[in-house]
Design a binder for this molecule. Structure first.
Ligand code: SF4
Length: 909
């Protein structure tokens, strides 16, 4: 075992602060002492921002083990805790928080020892990167440099080490072929393997999904199936079986779309069953995300060559290390550790992706190695593309790619929300600035390679006079859009240009009309009866948007003409760049047209298909955007038009597709109601005996608004369950207040408490830490719920602070009125309860208790829970007893079914 590194180490949790001195001697320290020591000498720490927060010393820096790990093992996963990192380097996890400080020294030594290991797989590029990191003042650089031998031959540049993608031929349409139900069942049997016990629900679902892949019978009439498959059915393989068969036979591609990254990962893990050979698998099963998720190599090159400074430049070097070893260049939810950007307080991470659509395609020197282009091309030839709802919808609505025509939407209960955001329109200051930057390019003090349209189309503009003039006119018109400093100018009453002037008027109207201004949160008001000045400003802004739209349209036409003419200089790279510009222009023109429609409505009649409102976005009282917003009253209408109707076959599935309601509701929430073709419905109940392995407790004696009682309730329930608790809140302020009151107490009892919005860690990593430690608990807002897929003992208690009623927004009020008033609210709450309950029992052997700390829980909502689950209204003391009885003490795998283990009722697998 490596000897501990003779440098001091500092470990701080809610339970205490420990310092291990260079000789390994350990002692507990006060906050003041730890701060003074850390300010004087760099200490080995694990997650400096988190330790800094625990100490109340945000500037804390040190020798962060996570940065060293990311340097040595880029693209490798590790849970960012002393226990997680110990395991990742092959050490025993520390037996106590106190011991963790000395373990940090041993981890450091073990990591640095890798540098001398001849078998170190990620050696290439390390020497060059460390030399740059040394110049940037990275804390570890001299320790690494002293142990790293200079390579005999110069290292290859990062960019030349990345593989090039191959150009693929024209996409051939799939053969018109079908899959018979019996064939789907046989394929399923092959996938589940010999000897697997038959699962009737799964078999039935595979058979029901098979006909969906056949060619459709009528235009705009896709074959469509809505399938509600309870937890434990094995629905993933049930639809993958016919999908894989059809793709194999037809040469076509099936898109499997999820809402959460957790399910994407789960689907990826099914890959080996479908394609045993890893090479074949990589070709035939591809994960796709939106382009803003991937590293843009041109942005990285810019950052490495001085575009970034300070800590952001160090992050760029570590991202550069990762890029060379990454499977697919996905920076968000891929193999870049989610915690890495948080260590740098996210400085620079988003600027490394192509978030603003500034790609220059064939004009980019890295085009042939670009991760985004590679993923897109790989998807064209794949049998299965694993994507997400937003990407499928955006592709169908505005992509240069062919829209998917066989689609499986898993987590289908999220289709409504995904469509709601995809088809939303907002004319806001931030959005307008993005558009201005895309056209005009960098202005003022902004740095970097960000280029405007003229730099991207210089050769076209000099070749085509009309195009050149249109380009100049567009740039001129875009200069009337908001620019940096716009919020300050509006606050001072000195807006520049018609759009800023309009937003100033919007802000005035919002403040004049909205309530609860002191709370510091976002404000909004309906766009109803606008007053004279607002109407006038909207008319002026409309004029200026039209002045921009016109030259952009001319430019698009001219670019298309250039493609048709194909002059000599138009090689394949230039063609790709012009095509990229045409696509980008199309999208911007559509945005402008949508904004124009919204502005035309300010002075005119309301359109009953839409809900329009004005808003000022604020966090803790600080304004960061002002907007006129538009949402579809029913976003499944554009979903049906742009995604469902053009498709040949669509399966929508979820464990809670109906949310305790009838099929009509599911038809409405998925867009199926807008189809003229008939839609199939399939249902398979969960095989689990929920009545035995779970129960619901409604606590009757915690008064609403009594934070002390609420915090006490949380603490005692977590203690009774000995951790493993997911606490869900409907308000961030209450989450923070509860966390502040109970985190220390629980930590001292050996029960770590993590919290979204409190800990400086991204939500995905919080869930990873929670999953890794059965004694940890996690507090989060309602939105965290969907990303929590934690089977087993780590999640055994869900505690909801209140009934999750929808927030009373303008949008909600409109949908509520259209959707049957309180019945609409009930549907929303039932769906949320069903989802939250669904976190508890993920697989065979799980057990769990679901607690609601609010007596105001109407009985009519209780059908959200699976049949057979006992629901009791009890005082807190009784709830604690029951939780202790069911969850405290022995782990589930030592229990029998009679003692509350979850097993299938009659259909074991
Ligand atoms: S092709 Fe576009 S997205 Fe890819 S690296 Fe180049 S500029 Fe970035």
């Amino acid at each position: 075992m490596a000897a501990p590194l003779p440098l001091p180490a500092l470990h701080a949790t809610h339970a205490g602060i420990w310092i291990a001195d260079p000789g390994g001697e350990l002692r507990e320290a006060t906050r003041g002492e730890a701060i003074a020591r850390a300010a004087e000498t760099p200490h080995i720490v694990l997650n400096a921002p988190l330790v800094g927060q625990r100490l109340g010393y945000a500037e804390l820096s040190g020798l962060d083990l996570l940065e060293l790990f990311a340097f040595l093992h880029p693209a490798r996963f590790a849970v960012p805790t002393p226990a997680g990192l110990s395991r990742a380097v092959g050490l025993e996890a520390p037996s106590s928080e106190a011991e963790a400080a000395t373990v940090l020294q041993t981890i450091a030594a073990k990591l640095l020892a890798v540098l001398a290991d001849a078998d170190w797989a990620e050696r290439e590029g390390a020497w060059t990167a460390n030399a740059s990191l040394q110049r940037l003042g990275w804390g570890w650089a001299s320790l690494v440099g002293a142990r790293l031998e200079r390579p005999e031959r110069g290292e290859r540049m990062l960019f030349s080490r990345l593989p090039q993608w191959e150009e693929t031929g024209e996409q051939v349409p799939p053969l018109a072929t079908s899959v018979r139900p019996a064939e789907a069942e046989a394929k399923l049997a092959e996938l589940t393997g010999k000897g697997a016990e038959p699962r009737e629900g799964q078999k039935a679902m595979a058979a029901a999904a098979a006909p969906i892949f056949a060619p459709r019978q009528a235009r705009d009439g896709p074959n469509m199936l809505l399938a509600e498959a309870g937890t434990g059915i094995g629905k993933t393989l049930a639809y993958l079986a016919p999908a894989a068969l059809w793709a194999d036979r037809s040469g076509g591609t099936v898109w499997v779309s999820t809402f959460t990254k957790a399910l994407q990962r789960q689907l990826d893990s099914e890959g080996p069953r479908l394609f045993a050979d890893p090479k074949e698998r990589a070709k035939r099963m591809v994960i796709r995300k939106g382009r803003e998720n991937y590293l843009c190599l041109l942005n990285l090159e810019d950052a490495l060559q001085g575009g970034f400074a300070g800590r952001a430049a160090i992050l760029a070097q570590l991202v550069g290390r990762w890029a060379a070893y990454s499977k697919d260049g996905d920076m968000v939810g891929g193999d870049l550790p989610g915690w890495l950007p948080s260590l740098f307080r996210r400085a620079g991470a988003t600027a490394l992706t192509d978030r603003r659509g500034e790609c220059v395609y064939g004009g980019c020197p890295h085009y042939r190695r670009c991760f985004i282009e590679r993923a897109e091309r790989a998807g064209r030839d794949a049998d299965l593309v694993i994507a997400n709802h937003a990407l499928v919808m955006i592709n169908a609505a505005r992509s240069r790619e062919t829209a998917p025509d066989r689609i499986v939407f898993d987590e289908g209960h999220h289709l409504f929300d995904a469509a709601d955001s995809t088809f939303a329109v907002a004319l806001s200051g931030q959005e307008a600035i993005e558009l201005r930057r895309w056209i005009v390019g960098p202005e003022g003090r902004s740095r970097g390679r960000r280029r405007g349209l003229s730099a991207r189309l210089m050769d076209v503009a000099s070749y085509d006079d009309e195009g050149g003039v249109a380009l100049e006119q567009a740039i001129e018109a875009a200069r009337m859009l908001p620019s940096e400093g716009w919020l300050g100018r509006i606050a001072e009453g000195a807006p520049f240009g018609p759009v800023e002037a309009l937003l100033a008027e919007v802000r005035g109207t919002v403040y004049a009309r909205s309530k609860a201004q002191d709370a510091g949160y976002g404000l909004e008001t309906e766009l109803a009866s606008p007053d004279g000045p607002l109407v006038d400003r909207a008319a002026a802004a409309l004029e200026s948007l039209e002045a921009l739209h016109k030259p952009l349209s001319v430019l698009s036409r001219r670019l298309e003409a250039v493609l048709e003419d194909a002059p000599d200089w138009l090689d394949s790279q230039a063609r790709a760049r012009v095509e990229g510009a045409i696509n980008g222009l199309k999208w911007r023109r559509e945005t402008l047209a949508a904004w124009a429609a919204l502005l035309a409505r300010v002075g005119g009649a309301a359109d009953s298909d839409f809900v329009d409102w004005l808003s000022v976005d604020r966090v803790d009282g600080r304004e960061y955007d002002i907007a006129i917003n538009r949402r579809w009253l029913d976003p499944t209408r554009p979903l049906a038009e742009t995604v469902l109707k053009p498709a040949q076959g669509v399966v929508v599935t979820s464990a809670t597709l109906r949310g305790g309601d009838d099929w009509d509701t599911a038809d409405q929430r998925t867009g199926a109601a807008y189809l003229e073709s008939s839609v199939g419905h399939f249902e398979a109940e969960s095989p689990f005996d929920y009545g035995t392995c779970s129960e619901v407790l409604i606590v009757t004696d915690i008064k609403q608004g009594d934070i002390a009682a609420l915090a006490g309730g949380y603490a005692r329930l977590i203690e009774a369950a000995e951790g493993g608790t997911l606490g869900l809140f409907t308000a961030i302020a209450r989450l923070k207040a509860v966390h502040a009151r109970i985190a220390d107490r629980l930590a001292r009892a050996g029960l770590p408490l993590l919290a979204q919005h409190v800990d400086p860690i991204d939500p995905g990593t919080l869930v990873d830490i929670f999953r890794d430690d059965p004694r940890a608990s996690l507090l989060g807002t309602d939105a965290l719920r969907d990303g929590v897929d934690v089977p087993g003992e780590s999640l055994r208690l869900v505690v909801m602070e209140r009934v999750p009623w929808p927030r009373p927004t303008v949008l909600h009020a409109a949908r509520r009125m259209a959707g049957g008033g309180s019945a609409y609210d009930d549907r929303v709450v039932r769906a949320r309860l069903a989802q939250a309950f669904g976190r508890l029992i993920r697989r065979q052997g799980d057990r769990g208790v679901f607690v609601i700390l609010s007596a105001a829980m109407p009985s009519r909502l209780l059908r959200a829970f699976p049949p057979g689950v006992r629901v009791s209204r009890v005082p807190l003391e009784e709830a604690i007893l029951r939780v202790r009885e069911r969850l405290g003490g022995r782990p589930a795998d030592e229990l029998s079914v009679a003692q509350g283990r979850c097993e299938p009722v009659a259909d074991p697998h």
